[in-house]
Unconditional design. Sequence first.
Length: 355
Amino acid sequence: MDNSDNTAGDGPAGDGTARRRKRGASMGDVARLAGVSAQTVSRVSNGYEGVVETTRQQVLAAMKELGYRPNSAARALKSGRFHTIGVITFNLSTTGNTRTVEAIATSAAQEGYATTLLPVAVPTQDSVRGAFTRLGELAVDGIVILMEVHLLDAATVALPPRTHVVVADSNAGDRYRVVDTDQAGGAHAAVQHLLDLGHRTVWHVAGPAESFAAERRVTAWRDALRTNGRAAPEPLRGDWSAESGYRAGTVLADQPDCTAVFVANDQMALGVLRALHERGRRVPDDISVVGFDDIPEAASFLPPLTTVHQDFSEVGRQCVQSVLQQIRNDQEETGTTLVATRLVVRDSTAPPPIS
């Protein structure tokens, strides 16, 4: 009986194929099938330029046929690069942080980098040090920190050696590269808009005192009023939530001389609008309201909210570009990059009522 058809796969070639399938194809296997050197396979798998296109396609076809997957761990050990960016954030419940993290992950992926997210539930110096330690164990090339609170000033945190850092929303530009929204410019535009409509002054619902962004907006609000020779009422404090905005709105509703209010974010502005409505203060007929963020729902508030637009996608993109530049140049950088804001005028602002 002729067993040649049954034993063809049991010869040397067949054994080699079986062994490759069991252990996984190697770079040498790809090189032999493609008829090129292992160095050429390495250059193709690492995306290097300078490989003739026909040769590149030949290598890619061999990789596909053999099911070859480059060993990224081995490459990382050899090059010292892990193609991963760590992200530390202290509050994922805020619109700004959520959208910035999303933009960082998207931008990093477009550059061929993965992201490792470490949210810090309780903002203390020890918890941040712990996050840095964990990122060091996970092997990242750089870190983006979404920093909001004074307690966690970057200067107090001991960073792992040779770790490149970019900080969002911080005043640490003299120590690290910072990417931030132009908080002051946006707040000034909001206040100036209300004054130009004819309001004598502008009240303010501020964010939490420990927030860098909130404090910059408070400072810009005061400066804009001072520049125009107007008195600044005592600001009311919130915690970024609509509930805290509602509480502030109940206070504002009882101020007969309040005709305009600048609210430090849109969620608190939503609470202010509700409180004013419940107390019979019409917006914008009696009181004009301006928010900050331009969240997607702002145009659907009642009335549609005039607000300061923040480009969170651009902040995230700039964070990634800044940390990659440091990685590629293998050097730390300092200074601050500001991403522009713009005022979006809708139906929640109007001239003050005629007294």
